[in-house]
Each structure stands twice: as C-alpha cells, then as structure tokens.
Write a protein that binds this ligand. Sequence first.
Ligand SMILES: Nc1ncnc2c1ncn2[C@@H]1O[C@H](COP(=O)(O)OP(=O)(O)OP(=O)(O)O)[C@@H](O)[C@H]1O
Ligand SMILES: [Mg+2]
Length: 296
Amino acid sequence: MTTPEPHVRVRDLRKTYGNFVALDGVSFDIERGETFALLGPNGAGKSTTIEILEGYRDRSSGEASVLGVDPQHGGLDWKARLGIVLQSSGESGNVTVREQLAHFAGFYPHPRDVDEVIAAVGLTDKAKSRIKSLSGGQRRRVDVALGVVGRPELLFLDEPTTGFDPEARREFWELIRSLKREGTTILLTTHYLDEAAQLGDRAGVIAGGTLIDIGTIDEIGGADSRIPLVRWRDENGQHEERTTEPASLVARLFAATGGEPAGLEVRRPSLEDVYLALVAAHGTNDKTMDQLEHSL
Ligand SMILES: Nc1ncnc2c1ncn2[C@@H]1O[C@H](COP(=O)(O)OP(=O)(O)OP(=O)(O)O)[C@@H](O)[C@H]1O
Ligand SMILES: [Mg+2]
C-alpha cells in the first residue's frame, strides 16, 4: 500500500520582493487530517507562505503542491476544496450575516448548513444584522464562518482569532476540534501560543523567512527545553532548579524543611516559553552576523 500524498508539500520555497528576501528556502509537509501551526514573529513570512499556498501570490522559486495541485495553476474545482480565512478581510458589506453566508455556500458543491455554521461561530443573535453594523470581533467570526461553510478538505486560517474575546476563542477551539474530528486538514497561524498548543498536532517556527524549528508541539525546542522548573524559598533566599524528576526534588525539600517549602512552584515550560527562547536565540545569531559583517 502506498502512503497517501500529503495535503501540502513545500520544498525550498523562496519569495523575494525586489532585493528583499521574504522567504528563504522553506520546506515542510502537512499530512491529511493534520493541524499544522505556523508560528513566528511579525514579518517572519507566515502570511506570504499561506498566500502562496492559497494561490493568491506567486512564488519566486521552489516547489509547492496543495491537494496534489500546483497552487499557481489551481482551477475552480481545486479552490472549492479549500477554506480560506485571510489575515485581513474586507467583510464589511451591506448584506446580513445570513445572506452573505448563504451566498457563499452557493459556490460549493457540498456546503454546510448555514444556520449551523452561524451558531458554531456564536452569531445566531446577529444572523439578521448587516455585517457593517458588527463589532470587529464579530466580523472576524463572519470571516471564520465563510472559511468553513464550504466544507473544505483543507482550511487555511491566518490569525483567525485576532480580536476575539476569550470566550469566543474557546468556542472557536471547539469548532476547530469538530472540524479535526471530521478529518479536515488545517494550516493555522497564530500569535496565541496557547491556541497553537491546544489545536496543533505539529508546528513550524519561521523567523526571517527561514524555518528555524519543526516538530510535534511537544518536540519544538528540543527535549531539554521542556525540563520542568522547581522554585522555592528558604532562609538563604530564592532558589530554582531544572529537573526531570520534580516530584523527587519536592519530596527532598519537604523532608529537609520538615513541611511545605515557602513559595513552592513547579512549572513545565509552555510552548510560549520555548517559542520565545527559540526566536530570541535566532535573533541573537542574526545580530552576531550583523556585528561580524560590520566589523569586517
Ligand atoms: N507586497 C510586498 N512587497 C514588499 N514586501 C512585502 C510584501 N508583502 C510582504 N512583504 C514583506 O515580507 C515580509 C513577510 O511578510 P508576511 O506578511 O509574510 O509576515 P507575517 O509572518 O505574516 O507577519 P505578521 O505576524 O505580522 O502577520 C515582511 O517583511 C513584509 O514587509
Ligand atoms: Mg501575517
């Protein structure tokens, strides 16, 4: 039996704007049914990558295949299999939420039920309101609804929850989990690292147009970066120790102090901690290179 082709395959992707290199040789695959989180600082090249895969921008060089098709030559049948939530959208129409969704649903062969989608993004109360009268976060929910109404096999989400209140983000996570259960493949970018950790199966970290790390959410940054940190206080001041056996350390402290150690905290570094360390290390390397170039 042959392994099914990945839904997204990118090899040595490059994008330049004049002399500026926005993407400098990015390669990754996204398997069928997988949720891949593309992470990175502002200007790293996330939207550029996504928009090339959506067929919105041409690449300068490299290979890209999306649902088995080169996105530069994807036809209408191919587009109907994609769901797209752009980073910024122009949804501010004079039509109502329901009208807009029903209109979009008409473009797809097997759309979802419009009212179910409206409910899933928490806009039932606003279904009959004109989009231009909605708040920023509510308009963003319309963007998400438009991205999923066509029952896509592959869903692109570029910072989908920007402007969402915390409850709306939790509801959005539930919607994405239900899409995952149905087998939808998802490429997500987000600056909310908890969102990436909640939803992602794997992540890639991009900085300065280069993929600096890729792996499952637990693998990003390497095993050492996830070693738990134990903090406590005693008469000598504040202590902290990283250990793979935090329970043993706490037991020893408990025995030595004869009770609860003061200010005890046991913390496993989060994806956000690991991400910040990775990006900082990358930035330091860049600076070192800049300094080297200047001193030469
Ligand atoms: N049309 C363009 N012309 C020139 N430079 C561009 C163009 N589009 C993007 N860039 C540059 O390419 C780089 C990558 O931009 P991109 O939008 O992909 O970043 P991003 O990772 O999505 O950032 P953010 O988190 O802010 O959305 C940036 O430095 C940006 O200024
Ligand atoms: Mg972007």
